[in-house]
Design a protein around this ligand. Structure first.
Ligand SMILES: [Zn+2]
Length: 321
């Protein structure tokens, strides 16, 4: 039996996705996600406009639920940027969403609905979804890593997101790696972070940086993977170097936290067996002996993970847990 039905949103740089999530009464059973739809974020229109469009989208979705006689228990929001979950405010955001920082999202929702609203960061929401209902379910502590256009992470302990003193905990892309030295990271440093050489776009950066004269540049990480799959030796070596360096970073995180499971999600985990082998090799090289047995698992919820995590966040807030 399902109870606890939430209207959820996932705000990214290009789209705002929505879905109605029915959470099972206890973890273990799968959540149900329905009524999925999306609108473009139109990030260039600025933070105020994104907030207005988000709230209008939410009002429209609430009317649609009411028309279907669907009872909604709360609204869960997974938002890009660093989120102040307690105040419902965007504490920091990158240039991908100009004017997003400082947006008072909880206040804007309170003006149009009496429903409880909870907001968490999108990477944290993704991690909550996978840790509790996806690939990490059943594990007491889970390190979740999102490897897409950028690299993010989340650490979940007993079903709760560890957010840190400033809401910044989990920024896995900004751990130090020698391979990243000289490459510009999204945080502004060139001192050597892993993200600019191991994210999806990072794979292409690394590929194009040292490519031999007879090799055409790659447009994105997907193209590097396709070339490796077609047998291009150079592309294979780039995938290996990138994944090995990432695996070493993941080992460092695991040595520090000793999680019960590590879940990897995002477009880069589709990179193929060469990438996975090198990632595991790098992990084994860097991990302490007891930590080497930590399972590295591929995420299983895909784009539904942040919606499910956002629903979990509002249920937790509602129960005052
Ligand atoms: Zn960085």
């Amino acid at each position: 039996m399902l109870d606890n039905t939430y209207l959820t949103f996932d705000i990214g740089g290009t789209k705002i996705a929505s879905g109605v999530v029915s959470l099972p009464p206890a973890a273990g059973a799968p959540p149900q996600v329905s009524d999925r739809c999306e609108i473009p974020t139109e990030a260039q229109s600025g933070g105020d406009e994104i907030r207005r469009r988000l709230v209008a989208f939410a009002e429209e979705r609430l009317r649609a639920c009411a028309a279907q006689h669907r009872h909604i228990d709360g609204i869960g929001i997974a938002a890009a940027g660093v989120v102040d979950a307690e105040r419902g405010v965007i504490a920091a955001a990158t240039d991908i969403l100009p004017g997003w920082k400082g947006q008072r999202i909880a206040e804007a929702f309170a003006a149009v609905t009496d429903l409880p609203v909870a907001m968490v960061g999108d990477v944290g929401a993704h991690g909550l979804g996978e840790a509790i209902y996806g690939a990490g379910r059943g594990h007491k502590t889970v390190l979740s890593l999102g490897l897409g256009t950028g690299i993010g992470g989340a650490y979940i302990v007993d079903g709760r997101l560890v957010t840190g003193a400033h809401g910044v905990a989990g920024h896995a892309g900004h751990v130090v790696s020698g391979l990243g030295k000289g490459f510009l990271c999204s945080c502004g440093t060139t001192s050597g972070h892993i993200e600019p050489v191991a994210s999806g776009s990072g794979l292409a950066t690394l590929y194009n940086h040292e490519r031999p004269a007879d090799v055409e540049p790659a447009a994105d990480g997907r193209e590097v993977c396709e070339r490796a799959a077609l047998g291009e030796a150079y592309a294979g070596r780039v995938l290996e170097r990138s994944a090995r360096a990432l695996g070493e970073c993941v080992a460092g995180m695991a040595n520090l936290l000793d999680p019960h499971a590590i879940v990897l999600s995002g477009s880069v985990v589709q990179a193929g067996p060469v990438w996975w082998r090198a990632l595991r090799d790098g992990f084994m090289d860097g991990a302490l002996e007891l930590v080497r047995q930590t399972p590295l698992i591929e995420g299983e919820l895909g784009g539904a993970a942040p919606l499910i995590g956002a629903a979990h966040a509002v249920r937790t807030a509602r129960r005052g847990e």
